[in-house]
Design a protein around this ligand. Structure first.
Ligand SMILES: [Zn+2]
Length: 65
């Protein structure tokens, strides 16, 4: 039986829905990003890596799990 590769997230990590404070566009942002995440609509920075939980620059609407 073949097993699909299962990606195991870091403990405590999650996906969050973040609303861009500039344009209101909603994006799903991983809580432990390793690179800057920008808004796909306006290019505003939504999340920055900090080594642990990302710093988010938008309104967190909730979990996207
Ligand atoms: Zn935006």
């Amino acid at each position: 039986m073949k097993r699909a590769h299962i990606w195991i997230p870091k403990p405590g990590s999650k996906f969050q829905r973040v609303q861009c404070k500039e344009c209101g566009e909603e994006s799903v942002v991983y809580s432990h990003v390793s690179s800057i995440v920008t808004c796909k609509a306006c290019g505003n920075t939504l999340a920055e890596p900090t080594g642990s939980i990302a710093k988010t620059n938008g309104k967190i609407l909730g979990s996207a799990d």
